[in-house]
Design a protein around this ligand. Structure first.
Ligand SMILES: [Zn+2]
Length: 208
């Protein structure tokens, strides 16, 4: 028996936590309803300082480009921090942060990413989905929408060194392919936004 015990492979805490985080995430209907593809990777494929990022145009073998969220299974977060992190990446898609019609003209994409990080963080803190890794109190500017935050940051660039609300690392954007904004053919829409709006409407109607 003792021999069998030593032969059992010990599951690292980072792996246990990420699996628990995904399970908790899947229990939140509003998040599950977006149907975003999640892919687990390890330190051999992701920067070890990066917990997660979202790629709006991940190139797949059979289906062309699709949005996908990548999670670093070697990165140690609590399960609740994983819920927050996964939801953060998904909401970049559902809030249209990659969409050509939403991104300001002549955009500073690094600053836009930071503005969107702040907006998503505010939403998740208010919705009480998981646990943030950076306190929103560190940012004292407007939070009405992404554009108002972006315009404020343009005038207060020094603030960007005082906090990090993204899910990757300060030197790595957590929105990949932001330089190739998404636009939709006539009659089509951002379906992550549509699914999220429908799920939100359903959850509100259940409460009322
Ligand atoms: Zn982000």
């Amino acid at each position: 028996m003792a021999k069998k015990k030593t032969a059992e492979k010990k599951i690292p805490l980072s792996e246990k936590n990420i699996q628990q985080g995904i399970a908790l995430h899947n229990n939140i209907s509003l998040l599950r309803a977006m149907y975003v593809s999640l892919e687990l990777q390890d330190n051999s494929k992701m920067d070890k300082n990066c917990a997660a990022y979202v790629d709006s145009r991940y190139s797949t073998r059979w289906h062309g480009e699709e949005a996908r969220v990548f999670l670093n299974r070697n990165f140690l977060l609590t399960p609740e921090e994983w819920v927050f992190t996964i939801a953060h990446c998904e909401l970049h898609l559902a809030f249209g942060h990659f969409d050509a019609e939403k991104i300001p003209a002549n955009c500073d994409l690094r600053l836009w990413n930071i503005a969107c990080d702040i907006y998503v963080t505010k939403f998740l803190v208010e919705a009480k989905f998981g646990t943030p890794r950076c306190s929103l109190e560190l940012y004292t500017g407007p939070t009405k929408d992404e554009l108002s935050i972006y315009e404020y940051l343009q005038e207060h660039r020094e603030l960007c060194d005082k906090f990090y609300f993204g899910t990757a690392a300060p030197h790595i954007p957590d929105m990949k392919n932001l330089d190739r904004p998404l636009s939709y053919p006539m009659g089509e829409q951002n379906y992550f936004a549509v699914r999220f709006a429908e799920a939100l409407a359903q959850s509100v109607s259940r409460v009322v």
